[in-house]
Design a protein around this ligand. Structure first.
Ligand code: NAD
Length: 361
């Protein structure tokens, strides 16, 4: 099979972890005799430096031409005070929108060999295995009006949280279908005691649930969800939520997995005529300026994103499982980066990438 993949390393540790993810992708392609056609594009701070835009048109063109895109992370401290249009994160929001990837799937697992990496007690995290489905192209990150308004003596900032019925329906279908292949439970997260937006969310999700009688649905308020994720993470199977809540809750989920560097993600949209999903694959973490350039970053979230890409965009389940099994083998070996608090000397980013390749075969 020909795997036509656009690589978007981005900024900071994005570049370092993506290098290892590509190394793993090359190994899988060689092992299973797939032809790999890689292109590379600019996104984020590096794109601003080279072209003046966080999302150059050429990157959008390459992304639309590829079967899937593999991204690192964006963000550079020097842009922290730049206007929104000139921030690296604008490129990230823009490419998600350009590809129409409206569902962000974030698996969170507490690996048995890594229970001690989590600051939580082992008995709390043990067995936690959920997938957070975050709506990705709507809500407050995209709603208008937005901006900082200077109005005489007073300064006011406005953001708008807005969802349409169809936006909620399509992401809810993704969550219910995923649940069917798992433990058949969807927990929908909202703030319907305060927000009209969430009231519509809850109503529409409840209606969609009627089409999946084999899947149980429950609703939870986002504040309680934040608490239950820590107190009782095993209660969750598929967690369905809107953009902002999902962004925050999935970082909290990282505590269960031991490190944010562990979490992969798949952002998918509708299916192409071929049946494969349009997809953007990226670790959950950011560009981590505090450790960038030091060969310290954990690449397993990026490598797990390769597994998701093989599964969702190429329907290569065996290859995806081979990557996941190799990641588990490396975790068991203890050859891990500093964020997972290994008992011995921490491995470098590159060493972990090499170890995963070796474990693949
Ligand atoms: P971050 O995820 O970059 O880092 C948070 C903490 O986790 C840091 O201490 C960092 O060292 C650590 N960390 C993150 N990834 C790691 C890895 N793979 N291995 C080991 N440790 C890791 O979040 P932040 O510091 O809030 O943001 C930094 C920049 O990244 C900002 O510019 C932000 O806007 C951007 N950001 C981008 C994305 C994205 O590209 N998807 C996501 C979140 C933040």
């Amino acid at each position: 099979m020909k795997l036509n993949v656009l690589v978007l390393p981005g900024d900071g540790i994005g570049e370092e972890v993506t290098r290892e993810a590509v190394r793993v992708l090359r190994r899988v392609a060689a092992m299973y005799s797939h032809e790999l056609a890689l292109s590379e594009g600019l996104l984020g701070g590096i794109a601003i430096h080279k072209t003046g835009s966080p999302l150059p048109e050429e990157t959008v063109r390459l992304a639309l031409a590829a079967d899937a895109a593999l991204m690192g992370a964006v963000g550079l401290p020097e842009f922290d005070n730049a206007p929104p249009e000139k921030r690296p994160e604008k490129g990230l929001l823009g490419i998600r929108q350009a590809l129409g990837v409206y569902a962000n799937l974030r698996p969170v697992r507490a690996y048995a060999s890594q229970l001690d990496s989590s600051p939580l007690k082992n008995h709390l995290v043990e067995g936690a295995d959920m997938i957070i489905v975050r709506e990705l192209t709507g809500g407050i990150y995209y709603g208008t009006p937005r901006g900082i308004l200077e109005d005489g003596a007073e300064t006011r900032a406005v953001n708008t949280m807005t969802y349409s019925r169809s936006e909620i329906e399509r992401v809810a279908h993704v969550a219910f279908r995923l649940a069917r292949a798992r433990r058949k439970k969807v927990t929908s997260v909202d703030k319907s005691n305060v927000l009209e937006n969430s009231q519509l969310w809850r109503r529409v999700v409840t209606e969609i649930a009627g089409q999946y009688p084999d899947v149980a649905l429950d609703h939870i308020l986002v504040d309680n969800c934040a608490m239950q994720l820590i107190l009782n993470p095993r209660r969750f199977d598929v967690v369905l939520t809107e953009n902002l809540f999902g962004d925050i809750l999935s970082d909290e989920g990282a505590v269960l997995a031991g490190s944010i560097g562990m979490l992969p993600s798949a952002s998918i949209g509708d299916r192409r005529p071929s049946g494969a999903f349009v997809g953007l694959y990226e670790p959950v973490h950011g560009s981590a300026p505090d450790i960038a350039g030091q060969n310290k970053a954990n690449p397993l979230g990026a490598i797990g994103s390769v597994a998701a890409m093989l599964a969702y965009s190429f329907s290569l389940q065996e290859e995806a499982s081979a990557v996941e099994a190799a990641v588990e083998a490396v975790l068991r070996s203890g050859n891990v980066t500093a964020d997972l608090r290994p008992s011995g000397a921490p491995a470098t980013t590159a060493q972990v990438g090499e170890a995963v390749c070796a474990a693949i075969g």
